[in-house]
Design a protein around this ligand. Structure first.
Ligand code: FES
Ligand code: FES
Length: 958
């Protein structure tokens, strides 16, 4: 396995002179070195990102003499005498030359919410600049072509496309200043941000994300963007086999014989426990395998030394001998009699089971007028965030500091402490910006390797995963095999659902227990099902661990349940949308766990919001199918969803601290990691309105375990609800404390002046002179801290109880076109209605929905990872700009009585209904149901042919 870029350590260097962003530079480099590497490492221009080093992702796009190129594919020697422009140069050109294209684009990206995590943003902006310099008024397909080589995993591209179109349109109206010219026009385009909201009016405002500027100017610091001087490089040695026994030869001799290598660390060098895991009682993953590896890509050692030497190391030279062993790849083999146990203490290779049972499902099914059944499979899905895992660590006395991309700093702290055998207080985790996570960066990746190396060597160390390394070693969406049967009355009332699912959880537990617990609670969908049985199992194999991926198994379950409901509706002769409306949960009907939600159940409103478009889309598709004579067929599908926010029946607290400073500013200690979804902005909006302060007063203090309280992990759509609620409570407390400090009554008002605070109490007015007040232990005039833990109850042996305090609801409608000769499916439009309780920031919510739709589309039509094959972004396809249709978002606000200002989560919710809506549209278009998702052209064609054969011969289908 070749895991990193390799330029021979002894490749001769020469001086290469070129211009970057308008200035002349000269670097000593191998002419074969990648330009991306020279820009980032030698010139410190880390705005240019590296997502693949293979020309697949476009994150490294720069302008070379005005043309967009992938800097990872350009050799340094090729740019001798050329002009290179990076994202940093787009900004610099604004002020120095008056060329407004880059600035307009940056502003347009901010206003449109086109940058989420920001990892793709530099590449997008550079590609868009090249377009607008050539074509000041592009159409949508021009834009799609221009950014077609730049992948984005967060946004679903629609806001990026809109941002570029708007920037171009404005330009067309005022004259294009051109690449080098200056029209003299001084920026009055309407993309400028709307005025900042008044105090108390931040919630509901389309506020530009507070961390947006650094995402568009290239200054955002991701995991690989900061390196301490003299940092050594860390590189893992990983198993090339799905299962293997291994033996090291003389590691000391290896170090001795390789100048520049300082150390090799293996399992015996782990000072504490060589075991970690995201759920304590299931922890089973070693930092380094001992004697035997359980999956391909599992680490057995790290090599630490000078970067050039470590990177150029031939893995074959490392003194390890492998003996490949028989491996278990699939669920049936894992469960088979006499199967090798992957973990001795887990009989039958079953990690865990899940169960929710309510009523008498067998009796109800027997009494049903209409019954339908189905069997569905989904495969591994790769997270494919644009930023591979990266970070650095250093030892500071008896403390270790790890700076890395992560979704869960406090969980990392606990695990690193256990691995090093030290107290958690000796570990400081400093999260960087996260270039997409979607669940996988909840698990440790580079952190333990970095911590062990820095701890032993007392020197700073750095590790950056290659794309292949990221894909082979980090978690995936669980493959699922689901069987289900449902029954309804003749007038379409659901009465029974019997659901069983097995999940391939891979070699280690990761989030397998969570998936197994969450799916049975959700497999009914957002409908009243009085008799219900859902049984799940997470099963070990010798494949890459499956973990958390946006939805924790619920997207897989929705693929099965929503196709089954279509079949039931069809058999009952009821319109598919009306069937769902008829059965939608409301505040008084119990869920399958017996929970009666009372308020904030907006599924019926979501489904009803689709009705007008549903009717017109269906008649348009029917007309198209009637009129067309070619191979194209159109169809329309719908699917509903619900998703409980936060942990399932487990404590789930967030603590928020805010401090009033002597200058009247407010420090917001916000420990929730913003992985692009917008928590930095949304939590601030909530806190600002609770406090009644203008948003500009806030200074964000993010994530660092040394300076922010624990806001839990960024997962399960919990940050808006849980951290947002804690922020609301802390804001209200600070407001009360200010009133008290001024001696005002609780009904007094706080006015935030330029030079301080005035408290009004009836006719009286008190100016607070903050600069003269004493500071507390946190260094503030007043510190306010609040903790919120959403109220849930444990589930009993039948899964009955209240697993979540708040659910989000939604429904998607997909309009598609199928080419029955090629088997290709094109999605024409998605209409997405979501009950978000209260839209704290509609732009950011739309961004989540559009990004979720894109990931759902990928899951439905193209994405499947096969361990050992296609471990790159060339073979593993994710949607590009041209794959994503217009998305119409409809925001329903049925407030939660618990959420801050009524808000619910949206992150996971957005992805769940897209794939089943597309698959239902596929059935509507051509009458086939695929047992296995994704619906790739070969599978669609095979199903079409099988159906045709069946019709001709009358033979049963396989
Ligand atoms: S890093 Fe160059 S294309 Fe991906
Ligand atoms: S914003 Fe595009 S990859 Fe995250």
């Amino acid at each position: 396995m070749r895991l990193t870029q390799q330029i021979p350590a002894n490749a001769s260097e020469k001086s290469i002179a070129f211009r970057v962003n308008g200035r002349s530079v000269s670097v000593a480099s191998s002419p074969w070195q990648r330009l991306s590497r020279v820009l980032r490492e030698d010139l410190g221009l880390t705005g240019t990102k590296v997502g693949c080093d293979a020309g697949d992702c476009g994150a490294c796009t720069v302008l070379l003499d005005g043309d967009p190129v992938c800097a990872c594919l350009v050799a340094a020697g090729q740019v001798e005498g050329c002009e290179v422009t990076t994202v940093e140069g787009l900004a610099a050109r604004i002020s120095s030359s008056g060329d407004f294209v880059g600035r307009r684009l940056q502003e347009s990206f901010l206003v449109h919410g086109a940058a989420q995590c920001g990892a793709c943003t530099p590449g997008m902006l550079v590609a868009a600049t090249a377009l607008l310099e050539q074509n000041s008024s592009p159409c949508e397909s021009d834009v799609m072509d221009a950014i077609g080589g730049v992948l984005c995993r967060c946004t679903g591209y629609r806001k990026i496309i809109a941002a570029i179109l708007d920037a171009g349109t404005i330009d067309a109206g005022v004259g294009n200043p051109g690449r080098n010219g200056n029209s003299g026009h001084k920026s009055t385009h309407p993309l400028e941000r709307t005025a900042s909201p008044n105090a108390g009016a931040a919630v509901g405002n389309r506020l530009v994300r507070l961390d947006g500027q650094r995402k568009v100017d290239g200054s955002e610091c991701f995991g690989a963007d900061e390196t301490p001087a003299e940092a050594l490089a860390v590189r893992a040695i990983r198993s090339p086999y799905h299962r293997a026994r291994f033996r090291f030869s003389d590691l000391s001799a290896f170090v001795r014989d390789h100048p520049g290598i300082e150390a090799v660390f293996t399992a015996k060098d782990v000072p504490g426990k060589n075991c970690y895991g995201v759920i304590g009682k299931f922890a089973d993953q070693p930092v380094f395998a001992e004697n035997e590896t359980r999956h391909r890509g599992e680490a057995v050692a790290v090599v630490v030394g000078a970067a050039a030497v470590v990177e150029s190391l031939e893995v074959a030279d490392f003194p390890v001998t492998w003996e490949e062993l028989p491996a278990i790849h699939d669920i049936d083999t894992a469960l088979g009699a006499g199967a090798q146990l992957i973990h001795d203490h887990r009989p039958e290779n079953i990690l865990v089971r899940g169960r929710v049972v309510r009523g008498d499902v067998d009796a109800a099914m027997a009494a049903a007028n209409v019954v339908a059944e189905g069997e569905y499979e989904t495969g591994f899905v790769e997270h494919a965030y644009i930023e591979p895992e990266a970070g650095f660590a250093r030892r500071v006395g008896d403390q270790i500091e790890v700076q890395a991309c992560t979704q869960s700093p406090y969980m990392d702290r606990s695990d690193i402490a256990a691995i090093l055998g030290i107290a958690p207080e000796q570990v400081r985790i400093i999260p960087t910006a996260v270039g997409g996570g979607f669940g996988s960066k909840l698990d440790l990746s580079v952190q333990p390797f970095l911590a062990i190396a820095a701890w032993h060597l007392g020197k700073p160390v750095r590790m950056v995963y290659s794309r292949t390394e990221s894909i082979v070693s980090t978690t995936k969406r669980h493959p699922a095999r689901m069987r289900l049967r449902g029954g309804c009355t003749k007038d379409g009332k659901l009465i029974a659902l019997d659901f069983a699912a097995d999940f391939n959880t891979g070699a280690y537990s990761s989030w397998g227990p969570t998936v197994s617990a969450r799916v049975p609670v959700h497999a009914s969908g957002p409908y009243y099902v009085p008799h219900y049985r859902a049984l799940t199992r997470a099963i070990h194999t010798n494949l890459v661990p499956a973990g958390a991926f946006r939805g924790f198994g619920v997207p897989q379950a929705a693929i099965a349940q929503e196709q089954l409901y279509d079949d039931l509706a069809g058999r009952a002769g009821i319109d598919r949308l009306e069937f769902r409306i008829l059965n939608a949960l409301d505040g008084s009907t119990p869920t399958v766990t017996g929970q009666v939600l009372g308020e904030g159940v907006g599924i019926r409103a979501c489904l009803e919001a689709l009705r007008p478009r549903w009717k017109s889309a269906r008649s348009e598709a029917a007309k198209f199918n009637l009129d067309t004579t070619g191979p194209l067929r159109r169809g329309v599908g719908v699917a509903g969803m619900w998703y409980g926010c936060g942990n399932t029946s487990l404590p789930n607290p967030s603590t928020m601290r805010i401090g009033l400073k002597r200058d009247g500013r407010i420090a917001l200690h916000q420990g929730a990691v913003d992985i692009g979804q917008g928590s930095n902005t949304i939590v601030t909006q909530i806190c600002a309105d609770a406090l009644g302060a203008p948003i500009e007063r806030f200074d964000l203090v993010s994530g660092d375990t040394a300076i922010t309280p624990d806001c839990g992990k960024t997962s399960a759509s919990r940050q808006t609800l849980v951290t947002g609620k804690a922020a609301q409570m802390a804001g209200e407390k600070l407001r009360s404390a200010i009133l008290k400090l001024a001696g005002a009554c609780k009904c007094g008002s706080v006015v935030w002046n330029d030079d301080g605070i005035t408290v009004r109490d009836g006719a009286e007015s008190h100016a607070l002179t903050l600069k003269d007040l004493p500071l507390d232990q946190h260094g503030y005039v007043i510190t306010s801290e609040a903790t919120f833990d959403p109220p849930t109850s444990p589930l009993d042996e039948n899964g009955q109880g209240s697993p979540y305090s708040v659910f989000g609801f939604g429904a998607h409608m997909a309009e598609i076109e199928v080419d029955t000769e090629l088997g290709t499916v094109r999605v024409l439009k998605v209409t997405a209605a979501h009950d978000v309780g209260r839209a704290i920031n509609p732009t950011l919510i739309e961004g989540q929905i559009e990004g979720g739709v894109a990931q759902g589309l990928g899951m439905a039509l193209m994405e499947e990872f096969f361990p050992g094959k296609g471990e790159n972004l060339h073979d593993y396809l994710i949607p590009s700009a041209g794959d994503i249709p217009p998305v119409e978002s409809i925001l329903i606000e049925d407030p939660s009585p618990i959420g801050p200002f009524g808000a619910k989560g949206i992150g996971e919710q957005a992805v769940i209904p897209t794939a089943p809506a597309i698959l239902n549209a596929l059935h509507d278009a051509i009458g086939i149901r695929l047992k296995k998702t994704p619906a790739t052209p070969d599978r669609v064609l095979a199903a079409i042919r099988s159906t045709a054969t069946h019709r001709q011969t009358g033979a049963p289908r396989g």
